[in-house]
Design a protein around this ligand. Structure first.
Ligand code: 4NP
Length: 146
């Protein structure tokens, strides 16, 4: 799960997908394309909205996406088109590129929809983001189980 800061959207996506999968069989992680929040916990608003839905993301810590992630992970879900561009700029093969998808493509195929960055908005933005990510992760979990 990849966003810009790895403190708002992708930690939520990591927590939500983890809650829908058997973690003995799948490794879910998140990262940011930016470096500003390396080592930091998620934004308190993300922690709060996740907690409201029974998901604990408070122990996550920020890290930066790197080219090594292409070797580590089979699937890379990005939150918006800017993340997509940044992640694809680190890909070195068609196999790498094939791993990357916009997360909302999994509920709105080919519509190219971004998860809006809620960082500069209010709590309503986090609620909205949670709902979108929950629906997308539901579809992703179904795909990963089969
Ligand atoms: P995120 O939100 O990409 O969903 O984690 C952001 C958090 C922090 C910043 C940008 C986006 N920032 O510029 O610090």
């Amino acid at each position: 799960m990849v966003c810009l800061g790895n403190i708002c959207r992708s930690p939520l996506a990591e927590g939500i997908l983890t809650s829908k999968l058997d973690v003995d069989n799948v490794m879910v992680d998140s990262a940011g394309t930016g470096h500003w929040h390396i080592g930091n916990p998620p934004d308190p608003r993300s922690i709060a909205i996740a907690k409201k839905h029974g998901v604990d993301i408070s122990q996550q810590r920020g890290r930066q996406f790197s080219a090594i992630d292409f070797a580590t992970f089979d699937e890379i879900y990005v939150m918006d088109n800017s993340n997509l561009e940044n992640v694809l700029s680190l890909a070195t093969s068609n196999a790498d590129r094939a791993k990357v998808s916009l997360i909302l493509d999994h509920i709105f195929p080919d519509e190219n929809v971004d998860v809006p960055d809620p960082y500069y908005g209010g709590n309503l933005g986090f609620d909205n983001v949670y709902q979108m990510l929950d629906k997308a992760c539901e579809q992703i979990a179904l795909k990963l189980k089969f």
